[in-house]
Design a protein. Sequence first.
Length: 365
Amino acid sequence: MNAEKNATILVVDDHPVNVLLLQKLLQAHYRVITADCGARALAQASAGTPPDLILLDVMMPDMSGYEVCTRLKADPATHDIPVIFVTSMSEMENEEQGLSLGAVDYLTKPISTPILMARVRNHLALRRQAMELEELNRSLAQRVADGVAEVERFSRLRRFFSPAVADMLLAGDAEDPLKTHRREIVVVFLDLRGYTSFTEEFGADEVMRVLGEFHAAMGQLVMQYGATLERFAGDGMMIFFNDPLEIADPAGKAVGMALEMQQRFAGLQVRWQARGYSLAMGIGIAQGVATIGAIGFEGRRDYGAIGSVTNLAARLCSEARGGQILLAQQAASKAGVTIPMRAAGEVMLKGFAAPVKIFEPAAAT
């Protein structure tokens, strides 16, 4: 009853007596507003908060109720307001015309009060249900859109991060990694030796097959160690630790992953040698501060790290022989707490003015 009491009914009739009668019947239960002609009815219906239901006479001097109903249904702002014709025109064709114009009901005078009240109550209830369903649909559509956006965001995050890290980011347990920031990271570069000659000797299908096997084997370890995959680069991969989530002993974890990668790669080599392929893998590891975040342009952005630490890891990777893991001094010093290291001399690396001291895990020698 409270919902009914709040409903607004517009009574439209050019005879004051009829308006007064309907007003007296309805005002105990509803808010009643009135109009004495079609033009005022249209103005009332479209001004401010629209009425919840309209009781509309047919025979009026300025425009008929039929024309008023036609205009109401043509206007998106008033289209959904239920219209009940209340008229002395009782012929079947009159009722058929009113209903065909979009009215929800047709009552003839003299009015039966119980019938009028029941029809008004029923159509208000139907109107309320329709509005609730419309709101539910809007809410559902928004939830679906939000869900799709979440799936897309999750898929985007999983391109770079392990599922566990992606879950934490989506749950809000870590800051948005795509926002530009600086952090100390440990970068791991790896790529294949003998890849160029391999691609010249064998067909594209075989090359893609080998790359698929290589990426799958290394990718499993990236996920296992909770590392961040920055990118694939043909026969190479760039991986780093300590972002988006800071972890304990990132250098030690990077070296542990690199050692296991070389072990797993040895298994691939056995299979590939049986097929006539001669491939090996070198790995370079460096530690330092990088600028990290979204890189690219609108519609195509990737997560990446920029800084001398990435260049250093890439140069060390190029310097490494097949099966070798080379580390710069800072990474070796940090990882050496848990994994024994041995010095491997100094090298001049492209882009670096001074010789770079290099190290390798003692377990790999």
